[in-house]
Design a protein around this ligand. Sequence first.
Ligand SMILES: C[S@@+](CC[C@H](N)C(=O)[O-])C[C@H]1O[C@@H](n2cnc3c(N)ncnc32)[C@H](O)[C@@H]1O
Length: 349
Amino acid sequence: MIWYSHVNEDSSPEIAFSKGYYSVISVIGSGERLIALLSNTHLKQVFAVDTNSDAIELLKLKLLALTELDVEGYLRFTGASEMSANERMMYFMKLQNKLEASTRNYWNKNHRIIKKGILNIGQYEKFLSKARPLLNVFLGVSFLKMFNQDYNSYSKFRWKIVKNIFSKKTSYLLLGNKDPAFIGKGVDASIITKGFQELIDKKEIHKSFMAYLVFFGSLKKMDVEFLPTSQNPETLKKIQDRLRKKKIEIQFINNDVLNFLESNAFKSYNSNVFLSMSDILSFHKTDYVIKCIKALKVSDKCAFVFRSYLRNHIDTNIIKKIKALGYKVKDVSNMESTKMYKVHLVEKL
Ligand SMILES: C[S@@+](CC[C@H](N)C(=O)[O-])C[C@H]1O[C@@H](n2cnc3c(N)ncnc32)[C@H](O)[C@@H]1O
């Protein structure tokens, strides 16, 4: 099962704080954050880690497509822009010979999802496509006018009702969302609706890729200026150039990231490593952070970015424990444009 396929995190904090690092260890998820991190010109080595082998197969296909196709072709093949199902299959047939056998076999069993565009096939994206018609019928076209910076026409009353409904995790459950990040114990789904409220209050909804994904299902209508890094054609060209010149060695690891750190199976250039942990706290309690820091035995420069989404947030107690291990902690959530994630930078002193 592919849980996430499209971009769903604003990677700005990770991009800013990974500059200058030679090695990156990154949880994969949709792969979009990891692709954004390839824009770091110092980067030589990436460990792409996920417990879910399907996420690895998705990233392998995205990276091959980005290397082999031109950027416009990549965006069309993956589903960021229009392409017919037949044309997607023709592209895949050309790409498949360059895939390793296991990945080729995986995707040959999944032609159906290639035809839809591999950005649009995750459980999260399927959930959104179920919720979107309900949202749009109820909120009406006046709500969508906010994307053209008209914040006066929409019905505040209807928005209040939608906010109430989608502040409860049962609504996600009823719409078929099976992801523990949304329906697990301790989840506070009002973080999602509060995030949208903040975007509305600041009149920034047109800058939010998350809002476009939820209400339109794609970023096709978004101003290129506000596109997330992994969807920005100019940045993708630079990343593509580095991939084609084989400037970055990428290893795929199908393991729990903590097990991977404990195994010490990675060699980092100059012990200089940045860890992009994503919203791992949607799946693990906060002491997982402490275990990961303890497991990372590097002598030199290193930093983690941990995210939390709807539960298991880093609190003062955890911050105290992190500091006791010789690390400093900074809440950098304000760098995250979705307004839904809590983001913490944890750096070795
Ligand atoms: C952490 S999130 C990433 C979702 C994210 N918002 C995205 O798509 O970029 C979900 C991914 O983490 C993976 N995952 C969860 N716990 C993990 C762990 N302990 N080690 C490695 N991968 C993990 C899941 O298999 C899933 O693919």
